[in-house]
Design a protein around this ligand. Structure first.
Ligand SMILES: N[C@@H](CCC(=O)N[C@@H](CS)C(=O)NCC(=O)O)C(=O)O
Length: 363
């Protein structure tokens, strides 16, 4: 075993195999294997609040409220401007993924820049690491951890250090760290800058559908988006049983809904679909095994699976989905759930296989 000091804040222990391995008569070089369980925090930083701080006495996972809730609005403290705002995301995170999809659907790629953190969330939380595909150093402060940004803009901040974060590069302030609010800001807040007229007109939260979208979002959030976490992070049998039963009762409800209509609130795509997608696409590769959501897989639900493939194949969805970040994040970061950090191989899923949504529900 070796410890390498890889940053001023933490060390990573590598397992080195010295014996040369023989395979088909060939000798292989010794390998160094990274094991997430051995990321060690130095004493230079306050302890990161891990998931145990969100578990109540009944063993239930209760997600804490997001802390920064400002709005981008004309004549406000944070007015819409092109090039002024930056998103901090993790490709692994379903909440952050919502913001990447909305940014793309609304044609805001040249308007709002973004940075992805390392998929591995160690003892100090999210880290910038340009050695990981898709990741860069922090372009604004050049810091190593997401927590340093929170503390720079809000000294003494004691809440959760989460992504996504919508950041104001001009004022050097966090605008908002709640994905459901960030996607609403993207829906209309930057309309004057959308790449195309069609994207400007795209309305993911139309007035006449707001009640219906709010209603769907409420049960989807509680039982599906957060339901998988309630199942995976439960520390009592009762809490787990309840979460899994709620989850599958609502997947059954969703299957029924999607057997009658193309999208979750009718015949047009809305933010309710964006919010569902980021959980559904992670379900079979991660939640089914890692979070023990294993009554069924999404591929066992013909309508949900076909709907998921349709979304995946639309611009903005599949092209913002990074399965390597997704699987490695959960399986290597949650060391209490998967102590050896072994990343599952399966299941084999073909998100690009043809779907039948056009034939079933012609537009
Ligand atoms: N309600 C927030 C939740 C964000 C959230 O929980 N993000 C997770 C990643 S999936 C995170 O950053 N967790 C870090 C932590 O809890 O320490 C939102 O929707 O934006």
């Amino acid at each position: 075993m070796y410890f390498y000091k890889i940053s001023k804040h933490y060390n990573v222990k590598f397992l080195k195999t010295f014996s040369k391995l023989s395979e088909n008569g060939r000798f292989l070089e010794p390998t160094a294997t990274f094991i997430g369980v051995n990321v060690k925090r130095n004493k230079t930083m306050k302890k990161h609040q891990d998931v145990s701080s969100s578990i109540n006495k009944a063993g239930e996972f209760v997600r804490k409220e997001s802390s920064f809730r400002n709005q981008v609005e004309a004549n406000g403290e944070f007015p819409p401007e092109s090039g002024r705002y930056h998103l901090y995301v993790s490709y692994a995170c379903p909440w952050a993924h919502r913001t990447l999809i909305s940014r793309k659907l609304k044609g805001l790629e040249d308007v709002i820049s973004y940075t992805t953190v390392d998929y591995l969330m160690g003892e100090n939380g999210w880290r910038f690491n340009d050695q990981i595909p898709g990741c860069t150093k922090d372009p604004i402060f050049g810091v190593e951890y997401m927590r340093e940004i929170y503390h720079k803009v809000s000294p003494g901040y004691d809440g959760r250090i989460t992504v996504p974060v919508l950041f104001d590069k001009k004022a050097k302030k966090i605008v908002n760290n709640e994905s459901s609010e960030i996607i609403r800001m993207f829906n209309h807040g930057f309309d004057e800058f959308c790449a195309t007229e069609q994207q400007r007109q795209l309305d993911l939260y139309p007035l006449e559908k707001r009640n219906e979208i709010d209603e769907v979002n409420a049960w989807v959030y509680l039982n599906i988006n957060n339901g998988v976490y309630r199942s995976g992070f439960a520390t009592s049998q009762e809490a787990y049983d309840k979460a899994v039963q709620d989850l599958f009762a609502h997947l059954d409800k969703l299957e029924d809904l999607l057997s009658k209509q193309r999208y979750v609130t009718g015949n047009t795509l809305t933010e309710a679909d964006v919010r569902l997608y980021t959980t559904l696409v992670r379900f079979d590769p991660v939640y089914h095994g890692h979070f023990k959501c294993n009554k069924k897989r999404i591929i066992d639900y013909p309508n949900i699976w076909s709907y998921l493939r349709e979304l995946y194949q639309m611009p903005g969805f599949g092209d913002t989905t990074d399965m390597e970040h997704i699987t490695k994040h959960y399986q290597m970061s949650h060391v209490k759930i998967n102590p050896y950090g072994i990343v599952y191989i399966g299941p084999d899923l073909d998100f690009m296989a043809p779907h039948d949504r056009n034939e079933k529900f012609p537009v």
